[in-house]
Design a protein around this ligand. Structure first.
Ligand SMILES: C[S@@+](CC[C@H](N)C(=O)[O-])C[C@H]1O[C@@H](n2cnc3c(N)ncnc32)[C@H](O)[C@@H]1O
Length: 249
């Protein structure tokens, strides 16, 4: 295992030993996850026939909300603690079309998936693995398949403000190797592999607010409604927090 992966594993094993489970169960974070799932369904066209793969699925809280809307869902993650939790939650919720496996993109069957999602995952990959991913995706996706990712943007205003006001908290929630990504340059990696990639901006302040005030669901919903207006302003859109890639074969 390379050193980045070892550090990622160590950090996430700790994160998933209790904190993530309780933080992600809070009302504002749940509301954010529901919004993400609606967005994934809208942008990928996920349907009851879709076979979905999630890369870096963590404890599967987004995936278990998505599973009832698709034919089958597979989540993979480096962290055994995450996979244990995802399996336990799938069992407790009696969700039978989702399975969770330890690992990465290496051992995935070819041509199997209509949709591949990666939520807050790409920015954890080292540059060489990120550059290789689009080529691997071409093998994994079925003809006409779609890839959807969501990651922090290097241009986000919330990141600059956070580093200024709450630098220690920001560090606590980040691994040593993750970094914000440049949206256009990331899309270009997929285009260079012969894929059709477009960028959307997901949010401005609503997701950071859910992270800071996880118990305040009404606050999240207000901020989300405000984001939908703010993101129509080109300058604010450019300084949005997280960007989406929608990639088609
Ligand atoms: C920021 S977390 C996001 C988890 C989840 N998608 C979510 O939205 O909460 C990044 C995840 O990627 C996983 N990860 C990091 N590098 C990986 C790799 N090379 N292969 C598979 N999973 C990896 C970590 O274990 C972690 O669960």
């Amino acid at each position: 295992m390379n050193s980045v992966r070892r550090r990622e594993l160590e950090y996430h094993e700790k994160l998933y030993s209790g904190f993530a489970q309780s933080h992600f169960a809070r009302p504002a974070v749940r509301a954010l996850r529901r919004h993400m799932v609606d967005r994934i369904r809208e942008l990928t066209g996920a349907s009851p026939e879709s076979r979905v793969l999630s890369l870096g699925c963590g404890i599967g809280d987004t995936e278990l909300l998505l599973a009832p809307h698709v034919a089958e869902l597979t989540g993979v993650d480096l962290s055994p603690a995450a996979i244990r939790q995802a399996r336990a939650d799938a069992g407790a919720l009696a969700i039978r079309n989702a399975r969770f496996e330890e690992g990465g993109i290496g051992g995935i069957a070819e041509g199997r998936y209509d949709i591949v999602i990666a939520i807050f995952f790409l920015h954890h990959l080292p540059d060489d693995e990120l550059a290789a991913l689009p080529h691997r995706l071409k093998d994994i996706l079925a003809p006409g398949g779609v890839f959807y990712s969501l990651d922090p943007s290097r241009h986000r205003l919330s990141g600059a403000v956070g580093r200024l006001l709450i630098p220690n908290l920001m560090k606590k929630y980040q691994t040593a190797d993750e970094r914000e990504l440049e949206p256009a340059a990331t899309a270009e990696l997929f285009r260079r592999a012969g894929l059709d990639a477009r960028v959307e901006i997901y949010d401005f302040g609503s997701s950071p607010l859910a992270g800071l005030f996880p118990g305040w669901a009404a606050g999240y919903r207000m901020a989300r409604a405000m984001d939908d207006r703010l993101l129509r302003v080109p300058l604010l859109r450019r300084r949005g927090s997280n960007f989406e890639l929608i990639v088609r074969t």
